[in-house]
Design a binder for this molecule. Sequence first.
Ligand SMILES: Nc1nc2c(ncn2[C@@H]2O[C@H](COP(=O)(O)OP(=O)(O)O)[C@@H](O)[C@H]2O)c(=O)[nH]1
Ligand SMILES: Nc1nc2c(ncn2[C@@H]2O[C@H](COP(=O)(O)OP(=O)(O)O)[C@@H](O)[C@H]2O)c(=O)[nH]1
Lengths: 309, 309
Amino acid sequence: FNFNLLVVSQRGLGKSTLINTLFNKDLDSISGKSPANSQALAEKLEGVNLEDGEHGENGTNGGIGNNESNNNDSSGLHASVKINAATTTIEENGVNLRLTVVDTPGFGDAIDNTDSWKPIVDEINLRFDQYLDSENKINRSFEDDNRIHACLYFIEPTAHYLKPLDIEFCKQVHEKCNLIPIIAKSDILTEEEITVFKRRIKKQLDEAHIQLFQPPQYGFDDEEAIQASHELFDNMPYAVVGSTDVVVSKDGRQVRGRSYPWGVIEVDNSKHCDFVYLRDLLISQYLEELREKTSKVLYERYRSEKLSK
Amino acid sequence: FNFNLLVVSQRGLGKSTLINTLFNKDLDSISGKSPANSQALAEKLEGVNLEDGEHGENGTNGGIGNNESNNNDSSGLHASVKINAATTTIEENGVNLRLTVVDTPGFGDAIDNTDSWKPIVDEINLRFDQYLDSENKINRSFEDDNRIHACLYFIEPTAHYLKPLDIEFCKQVHEKCNLIPIIAKSDILTEEEITVFKRRIKKQLDEAHIQLFQPPQYGFDDEEAIQASHELFDNMPYAVVGSTDVVVSKDGRQVRGRSYPWGVIEVDNSKHCDFVYLRDLLISQYLEELREKTSKVLYERYRSEKLSK
Ligand SMILES: Nc1nc2c(ncn2[C@@H]2O[C@H](COP(=O)(O)OP(=O)(O)O)[C@@H](O)[C@H]2O)c(=O)[nH]1
Ligand SMILES: Nc1nc2c(ncn2[C@@H]2O[C@H](COP(=O)(O)OP(=O)(O)O)[C@@H](O)[C@H]2O)c(=O)[nH]1
């Protein structure tokens, strides 16, 4: 079955790396994945991005949506957001999953980012419309569910507050898809800074009445599962680090992480960052909840609003 | 004598911390500074900023130039840059220095940052004009040299390229004051990423014909001084980390730094970041060069352009 993940970030917050860390190069299961597929994802996206000149060292043309079809602005003055998608098959819990990552290069990268959320909201709506049309067909097949099941939104780790653009984007999107904001490149923050930053972010989101995807807190039969579910919820927004590089940890283990002169941060170590929580939420535990909420709540809301116009 | 430092950064890149690290809480000389003065600098600036609501947890109003006198935009849509200045006396190499830090909160923080460099260039010009006027007086006193002697520009450590706003700002300012771009919060980057990032930045600056302040590479009498001067130059743009917190290093020393679960980064350790180079350039070694170049080259250029109109 399909899982469609929208990923929104300004350039340089480790988006490609995180996609790879989540889906491609998981050390545990790398033998179970076909190399062709596991290589595919972020590189497929980058392959699509090639016209941005990301692979050349040509400065301002790199990945800031300098695409001729939208505008002639090569100075990066105006927002120019592109929508790219890449699909691959991954195996999770013995199930084959057709994963599509929808990328939005250009978001937040220009000098003037007014309305840069608009092409992204259009894309979410487009996919809802596609589903609506297919529902009305006589011979309908629900294999092609292209609706966005979750939106991973990257917050810059300033340690202060959400930026105006962050709040604007979240407002525009939270009622249309499951919003999962994450603090990107959280290895820039100390444990204390993360605690303060998370509290402020949650307060700002509350004050703006922005709804986040919440893993269900009920229906568990054992204490351990309840505990795990609470932990998953309390740690939001997750402070994540991504890396597909294998480095040697302080105590000599081979781990995925980043090696600095002052120490080695381990991606899969929950004492170093919340990556494992994000992976649990997005992949191993709540994939089905994400799809269900999209289908039963978010899509239904869109459909009834659209049909009642 | 006066030293006037313009500091330009989007919010959250550690600007206040770096100002303090450079000027206030230097562990070596802290006993030599009057507590009243040494406390003063970044807090004076923040005191001026208080109306931004920086000290309250009120989200988007925090430090993004939401000032009533400029515009009514409290959503952070349009750029609203303020110019704040704070002055203190510091002692360096036995000389008393009247240091003024000119801060520019709001730069780069809005959704639309078009022309956000303009109030800053106006400020530089205004200070040149003040000097021009005072030169024309009959009883002139050159004690009040308020011209900007250097501009510290904070580059976001994305590890990719300079952003369009960075390039735009540098273009507008490099011929008016000594431009010293730095890579902020460089503890987010591995050594390898820093090397690549510095190379790309230099290439982009070259291609845009942007001139940086270069410490003079001549006139040294001994090999060691020549060597040190080369090192100072080759390491630009400096990758800096700031901190006034005292933490315990891996080998038990008390150091200024940041403590993470995976290790402790030391601000004054040149193997961890370039902070000591920046401090040498700005304070201990080339202060006089910065003032001279301002007075003999940059100001003269401004003066002749202005008088020939
Ligand atoms: N400090 C830190 N750097 C990261 C992290 N993830 C990726 N990077 C680095 O950030 C740079 C940009 O990463 P990339 O994934 O290309 O960012 P993107 O532009 O958002 O796609 C690369 O040098 C990565 O190695 C992270 O979690 N922490
Ligand atoms: N990782 C990292 N964090 C820093 C650095 N300098 C300051 N910070 C932290 O970043 C946050 C914002 O710092 P601040 O100086 O207020 O930033 P400003 O908004 O640019 O003035 C604080 O939590 C600081 O402790 C640095 O060099 N590296």
